[in-house]
Design a binder for this molecule. Structure first.
Ligand code: THU
Length: 158
């Protein structure tokens, strides 16, 4: 019998490795620059690349609502998954709110599918750190844990 078990960890930001704390900080910093005049919901995403560098992006909305882009997809749009140095080890996502809450920012379904495409193309798992506004983090070591049964034409027996 084949089985897939979903697993995640919960931690405080301050308990995580220094590099991940900096990544989370980068996602919070970029969220402040989000262009979100329609939802007033500012999201930031930051990627830790294989070469140790960090890229970040915020959500970017549009008066034509569907033209708006989530922070995660904006981030991935300018990373080349076929370049070894651009492989992503981890992504952190944060949001801005006056309310201090333990609830993390959980990437939407389209963004999960997009992160998985990157993971499949690079052949290495991407850890995802989902941050609350009060220092709590929920994380998974592999993007498949956020989207079991994701779509990939490569999974089909064609
Ligand atoms: N948003 C993101 O940037 N990432 C997500 O994972 C969920 C939602 C943005 C889209 C829109 O600009 C705003 O948050 C409200 O939905």
């Amino acid at each position: 019998m084949e089985q897939f078990s979903f697993s995640y960890k919960k931690s405080m930001v301050v308990e995580l490795p220094q590099a991940i704390q900096q990544l989370i900080q980068a996602s919070e910093d970029v969220a402040r620059h989000a262009y979100a005049p329609y939802s007033n919901f500012k999201v930031g995403a930051a990627a830790l690349l294989a070469d140790g560098s960090t890229r970040s992006c915020a959500n970017h909305e549009n008066a034509s609502y569907p033209a708006g882009t989530c922070a995660e997809r904006g981030l991935l749009a300018h990373i080349n998954p076929t370049e070894a140095q651009e492989q992503i080890n981890a992504i952190a996502v944060s949001y801005i709110s006056d309310a201090k809450t333990q609830t993390p920012l959980s990437p939407c379904g389209i963004c999960r599918q997009t992160i998985l495409e990157q993971q499949l193309a690079q052949g290495q798992p991407i850890a995802i750190y989902m941050c609350s506004t009060d220092g709590h983090v929920i994380y998974v070591d592999d993007a498949t844990h956020l989207l079991p049964f994701y779509f990939s034409s490569k999974n089909l027996d064609l």
